[in-house]
Design a protein around this ligand. Structure first.
Ligand code: ARG
Length: 459
C-alpha cells in the first residue's frame, strides 16, 4: 500500500529495503516531546490566526496530550512504515481524533518541523551540559580549596619542572571547564531562534504568526530566512564542537588521574565507588571510569566529524542527508553528559596523598630555576650564565645521587664563588611556590585569590 501521509501520487508502496534506509523512527522517537510541543504551539497559532477553528485546535491539543501519555506510558505503536516521529505522531493523532488531525499540518512542513524539534532538543542538551560543567567546576573548586598550599611537582614533557600547588593544578581545569561552559551558553544563545513557519523552504501563503510560535516555544525570535531555517544545522555543529573541546579537557584530566593513581605515582587514590578490580590479580584497583572518560573523545569527535562531513556540499535547502544529524548528536550528548557526571563524582571522592605530592615535588631538582633566579637577583649574573652555573650544580648533585639542597656550601662555591648560605632559603619547595606571586602564578595566595574570584562568579 502507498504511504498514508504522502502516497497520493503513488500506486505502490516502497520496497522493504527502501523503508529500512528511509525510516528514522528507531532513533528520532527521542524527539517526541519536542515534536508534540511544537505541534501544540503551531495548532494554537493556527487557531489564533483564524486558519483553523478554535474547536479543531482544542481537539488537536487534547489528542496530542493523549499521544504524549501513550508514548510516555510505553504503549505507543511506533511504525517504520510511517518513517519518522513526525508522521508517527500525526497518524496516531488521526486515529484518536479523526478529521481535525489532517488540519494540523497546514502551513507547515516536516522540514521546519524537524528543524524546530531538533533545535529544542539540542537546546536542552546545552542546558544539561552547562549544569554538568557547573557541578564539575564546583567539585574542582572544593579540591583546590582543600589543597591551595599542598606542593606537588609541576611537569613539562611529563618531566619534573617546577613545584606548583595542588590547588593551582585543580584551578587550571576550572579555567578550562569554565570556558567550555561559556561555549555551550554562547551556542545556546545563537541557536535560540525558531525555524517553525519556514514551511518546506519558501515560507507560506497562510497568514501565520511566526513570532507567536517562537515565543510559545521559548525562542528569542523567528529565524529570519526560511531557506536558512530548514537547511542549516550549524546549531548542532556548534554543540558538537563545544562537546569535542570539552571532551578533550575531560580526557586530559582523566589521563592525569590514571597516571596519578598508579603505583609509581600514588598522588591520589580513587574511591571504591570509582574503581574496579581484576578477576585474576587480587591487588588491582583499576581506574576504569577515568579510562572510559579518556576514551569518550573518540566517539564525540567522531560524531562531530561525521556531521560536518554530512553537511558539507549540501545544496540549499533540505536534503534527506540531514536525517543523519540526529544519531550523531544523540550519541555525543549522552556520552558527554555521562562523562561529566562521572568526572564530577571521581573528583569529589578523590583522596589526595599530600605527603607523596610533596616528596615528589622535592625530587627531580624541581627548584633549579629558583637557584638560577637567586643568582640573577643576589649575585647579579645574567640569566643565561646563572642557568649554566645551575646546570653544573645539578650535574654535580646527580653524580652524587643527592638533591640540590644536599650539596654543601663549599661544593656550590666551587662552581660559583658568589653563592652564599642564603641560597638554601630558595631551594625548599614551599619557598619556591610562595615566591611565585605573579598574577595567575602558583603561590598559595594567588591560588586562593583565583578560587575566591570563581566562587564569587558562581554565587
Ligand atoms: N525524518 C526527517 C529528518 O529527520 C524529517 C524531515 C523529512 N522531510 C522531508 N522532506 N522528507 O530529516
Amino acid at each position: 500500500a502507498s504511504n498514508a501521509m504522502w502516497g497520493g501520487r503513488f500506486a505502490a508502496g516502497p520496497d522493504a529495503i527502501m523503508e529500512a534506509i528511509n525510516a528514522s523512527i528507531s532513533f528520532d522517537q527521542r524527539l517526541y516531546a519536542q515534536d508534540i510541543r511544537g505541534s501544540r504551539a503551531h495548532a494554537a497559532m493556527l487557531a489564533a490566526q483564524g486558519i483553523i477553528s478554535n474547536k479543531d485546535a482544542e481537539t488537536i491539543r487534547e489528542g496530542l496530550l493523549t499521544v504524549l501519555s501513550e508514548i510516555e506510558g510505553g504503549n505507543f505503536p511506533f511504525s517504520a512504515a510511517l518513517e519518522d516521529i513526525h508522521m508517527n505522531v500525526e497518524a496516531r493523532l488521526k486515529e484518536i481524533i479523526g478529521e481535525p488531525a489532517g488540519r494540523l499540518h497546514t502551513a507547515r512542513s516536516r522540514n521546519d518541523q524537524v528543524a524546530t524539534d531538533f533545535r529544542l532538543w539540542v537546546r536542552d542538551q546545552c542546558d544539561a551540559a552547562i549544569k554538568g560543567l557547573d557541578a564539575l567546576i564546583r567539585a574542582l573548586l572544593g579540591q583546590a580549596e582543600a589543597g591551595a598550599d599542598w606542593v606537588m611537582p609541576g611537569f613539562t614533557h611529563l618531566q619534573t619542572a617546577q613545584p606548583v600547588t595542588w590547588g593551582h593544578h585543580m584551578m587550571a581545569y576550572v579555567e578550562m571547564f569554565a570556558r567550555d561552559l561559556s561555549r555551550f551558553s554562547d551556542a545556546r544563545k545563537r541557536m535560540n531562534e525558531s525555524p517553525l513557519g519556514a514551511a518546506a523552504l519558501a515560507g507560506t501563503g497562510f497568514p501565520i504568526d511566526r513570532h507567536a510560535t517562537a515565543e510559545a516555544l521559548g525562542f528569542d525570535r523567528p529565524m529570519a530566512n526560511s531557506l536558512d531555517a530548514v537547511s542549516d544545522r550549524d546549531f548542532a555543529l556548534e554543540f558538537l564542537s563545544s562537546a569535542s573541546i570539552c571532551a578533550v579537557h575531560l580526557s586530559r584530566l582523566a589521563e592525569e588521574l590514571v597516571i596519578w593513581s598508579s603505583a609509581q605515582f600514588r598522588f591520589v587514590a580513587m574511591s571504591d565507588k570509582w574503581s574496579t578490580g581484576s578477576s585474576i590479580m587480587p591487588q588491582k584497583r583499576n581506574p576504569d571510569a577515568a579510562e572510559l572518560i579518556r576514551a569518550k573523545i573518540g566517539r564525540i569527535l567522531g560524531a562531530t566529524v561525521a556531521l560536518f562531513t554530512v553537511m558539507k556540499g549540501l545544496p540549499l535547502a533540505y536534503s534527506k542527508d540531514m536525517q543523519e544529524d540526529k544519531e550523531q548528536v544523540f550519541d555525543a550528548a549522552d556520552h558527554l553528559l555521562l562523562a561529566l557526571a562521572a568526572m564530577e563524582g571521581m573528583i569529589r571522592d578523590l583522596t589526595v596523598n599530600r605527603d607523596k605530592l610533596e616528596a615528589a615535588a622535592s625530587s627531580g631538582f624541581s627548584t633549579a630555576t629558583d637557584l638560577a633566579d637567586w643568582l640573577v637577583r643576589e649575585a647579579g649574573l645574567p640569566f643565561r650564565d646563572a642557568h649554566h652555573v645551575t646546570g653544573t650544580l645539578v650535574a654535580m648533585a646527580e653524580a652524587k645521587g643527592c638533591d640540590l639542597p644536599d650539596l654543601s656550601l663549599a661544593e656550590m662555591q666551587s662552581v660559583n664563588s658568589a653563592i652564599t648560605e642564603d641560597i638554601f632559603g630558595v631551594l625548599g619547595v614551599h619557598n619556591s611556590v610562595a615566591s611565585r606571586q605573579s598574577y595567575g602564578g602558583t603561590a598559595p595566595d594567588q591560588v586562593r585569590a583565583q578560587i575566591a574570584r570563581w566562587k564569587e562568579h558562581l554565587a
